[in-house]
Design a protein around this ligand. Structure first.
Ligand SMILES: C[S@@+](CC[C@H](N)C(=O)[O-])C[C@H]1O[C@@H](n2cnc3c(N)ncnc32)[C@H](O)[C@@H]1O
Length: 263
């Protein structure tokens, strides 16, 4: 092999190894996010109204046997991953940790919070099927079925807490993108009734009807989802199975999201 061919092969090998370890360690990112959420770190910094030292954060966490070294490593990792910013006050050595555009999304009572979707997707119940993917493929079932013995929606129907977590996860993501959706489509030219099929707890249809009150909104989802949905003016919740029948309406909305999970 020529020297340049060998170099090319070595570069390709190193790139392959780097990709392998990047994928192998990817789970650490979500584990660290979950840890930060569980310790309320973004909320603590947000309530402080400015950057905080590690010891201030530790004090606010308020655990008598807190592992400060572990907290320090967590914060260093999250700064490295650009989840939090690190700053220094002139004349002071101690590092200060601040929210940035990413960690603002972890503040639980913020308007644009994504904390519920993070908590839901890295919840042990939600993650358990990932560990059965190989059996699911071998046995020709879904990973949720392999894990819980029922379809994923039946699992949610029988688990109020997981159901609430999932519905809120969907809703927070929708709240995040709804203004763009509503301003990108001409819902105003529709007449009569509009049904959102698989509309979750109704965030989308509520926003559309609030903006276009001449429309009669119907939020259609499975009974265990609509039964926990809040009431909205101009919106009727209807429970059912879209593969059996959907409510009669003048127009239908089916929001499909393109994401790595539906390639
Ligand atoms: C990915 S979530 C999206 C929720 C909502 N459209 C949003 O964007 O926030 C899919 C929704 O479809 C609902 N769904 C799944 N199967 C359904 C069925 N057979 N009939 C009615 N709704 C269903 C789920 O309960 C869930 O709320």
């Amino acid at each position: 092999m020529s020297i340049s061919a060998t170099k090319k092969q070595n570069d390709a090998t190193i790139k392959g190894q780097a990709r392998f370890f990047e994928l192998l360690h990817a789970g650490l990112n979500s584990a660290a996010l979950r840890c930060a959420l569980k310790l309320n770190i973004a909320d603590i910094i947000n309530s402080h109204n400015g950057p905080m030292t590690l010891s201030q954060i530790a004090q606010e966490i308020g655990s008598p046997s807190l592992n400060v070294g572990g907290l320090s490593r967590l914060m260093r990792f999250l700064v490295y991953k650009q989840v939090f910013d690190e700053t220094h006050q002139p004349g002071h050595e101690e590092t200060l940790f601040a929210l940035n555009e990413c960690s603002k999304l972890l503040v639980k009572d913020a308007k644009n919070t994504l904390a519920p979707i993070a908590m839901s997707f890295i919840d042990p119940l939600m993650a358990a099927p990932f560990y059965n993917l190989n059996q699911a493929i071998e046995e020709g079932v879904t990973a949720a079925f392999k894990t819980y013995g029922v379809k994923i929606w039946e699992f949610y129907a029988g688990n109020p807490q997981a159901n609430k977590g999932f519905n809120e996860a969907m809703a927070c993501r929708t709240r995040f993108e709804i203004d763009t959706i509503v301003s990108s489509y001409d819902f105003g030219s529709l007449k009569g009734s509009l049904v959102d099929v698989g509309g979750g707890i109704g965030v989308t249809i509520n926003k559309i009807v609030s903006r276009y009150p001449h429309l009669k909104g119907v939020n259609f989802d499975m009974p265990h989802v609509v039964s926990s949905a809040p009431a909205y003016e101009g919106v009727t919740h209807v429970g059912g199975d879209m593969f059996t029948a959907i409510p009669h309406a003048d127009s239908f909305l089916l929001k499909v999201r393109r994401s790595p999970t539906n390639l």
